[in-house]
Write a protein that binds this ligand. Sequence first.
Ligand SMILES: [Zn+2]
Length: 577
Amino acid sequence: MEISLDEFEFEVERVVLEQGLRYYIEGHVGSMIELGNGKYRAFLKDSDRYVVNLTIRNGMVENYSCECQNNQGSICQHVVATLFNMRKDFQDLIFAPETNNTIDEIESQPKKSSVVDEVDEILISLKENELKDFIRQTCSNDREFRFRFLTIFANINAPASSAKASYIKQIQHLIVVYSGRHGYIGYREAKEFGEAILEILDTARTNIEKRNNNKALAIIFAVLEEVTPVLNSADDSNGYIGGCIEEAVDLINELVETEIDESLRSEIFNLLMDTFESGKLHGWDWHFDLISLAIQLLRNSQEKQRIQTIVTSIKPTGESYDWDYRKAQELMHELLLRTENEEAVTQYLKENVSNPDFRERLIKQAIKANDYKYALELANDGIAKDEANDYIGLANKWREYQLDIYQKLGDDDNIIRLARYFVIKGSSAPESLKDYYNLLKKTISADLWSEYLEKMIVELLRKEKGTAYDKLVSFFVWEEYWDRYLILLQKNVTLSRIEAAEKYLTSLYTDQLISLYDLEIRFYIEKNVGRSYYIDACRYIKRMRNLGDIKTVDKLIGEMRNQYKNRRALLEELTKL
Ligand SMILES: [Zn+2]
């Protein structure tokens, strides 16, 4: 409901209005901040310390909320008190004593629709010294105003070094404003906080455009250092806060990629390294992005040494997935790529081949250089090591590379060996199974194929019971062995398997499918009690009916009604059929 700020008394219940007014007169409305875009936040000074949020545009209260639980959407005394305070604030602004000479004018004019218009009008007629007097006085009386004034204007002529401190202060203030009582930024506040930080970053962008690079850097690094730790105590599930860090890193990236002079280059380099060393971003990818950017900027051996020292200080922990160490290896690789020749880089990769990314890189390099022998060796080594560690996914990745190489070499024996491995051991999803199956079929001579297939079927049934059914179904469909499909289904029947078989077997084996359904539905109902099972069973009865044998279906329904007289939910579901 929209309420007019000037006339809210007429729209609020009398009891609440009186409570709110008393609350306001007793001075319980504490500091208020303007969040921009018509949004205000008031902090109440009673024992509950509620926070009230308001959106006021063009003199209309478009939105209000209060932390107290007793208002379910209706206005509460806290909001009313805040509105009284708000209106007084607006009036104070208009009738401020410093603007004596314009009061008459304003009072004699008809009321403007918007407070902003009125402010503008006053500002136009104000003399500069009057405005300064007003600001001076307000700064000394109003802590909140003084803070905003200082953060916005204090660094106008300040050197970049103090600009950063003042942005840090500004951000820390925002953190306090958006944090709840337990120092945690909630889901909604995370969005608002993120938006406020993005505004600050916009200033950085403007400064880059104006070539005020030092100021821009002050802002960017203030955001990186102060905002990243906030992620540990915020609900940023929508990524508003993370997005700000991303944006800050992007801005550095943009700067790094433009032509910058030596002093700026070395300044950015040092900022990046200092921030990394401060550890404030540790635990996030951005922590390592800093080094990555520094590597792009480095220009002399001292700087290289500094990076090298940092990167080599990150030691393996022995954990099965050692994130930091993997990152450190990646960075060292980047550093060598920038500063050393190809042999040195390859040497590093070989020395650290236990890193799967490096192994893959070496394999690709070897394949590209037609050094298949070395590529196969690397893959073999990887299979042995990763299988020993139970990293089946990785081991299979190396097998994929081998299969690829053997195809290039036309080595049929090894193609068959590996394709067979993937058919028997790999996924049973038809999409991935099909490629290996076809490769196998293509490589084995046609007159030997059916014998070969039978051997695989036996092996599957013996060793891979879990996935055998699905794989065999795929084989039988591809080979169009419909009779064998039916037998397999009959021996391993479930309702969902009958449903999946309809597509292939209906035209040849309608009666068999119907009697399978008939048996399985009876079994299913006998075994399971509960409405969700009955709904499921009825879905299969419908499918059964669609196969065309109405008589069998009616018989089934009739017998179930009889047999399960006490299952009311079942009877209800059967009636819906
Ligand atoms: Zn309230």
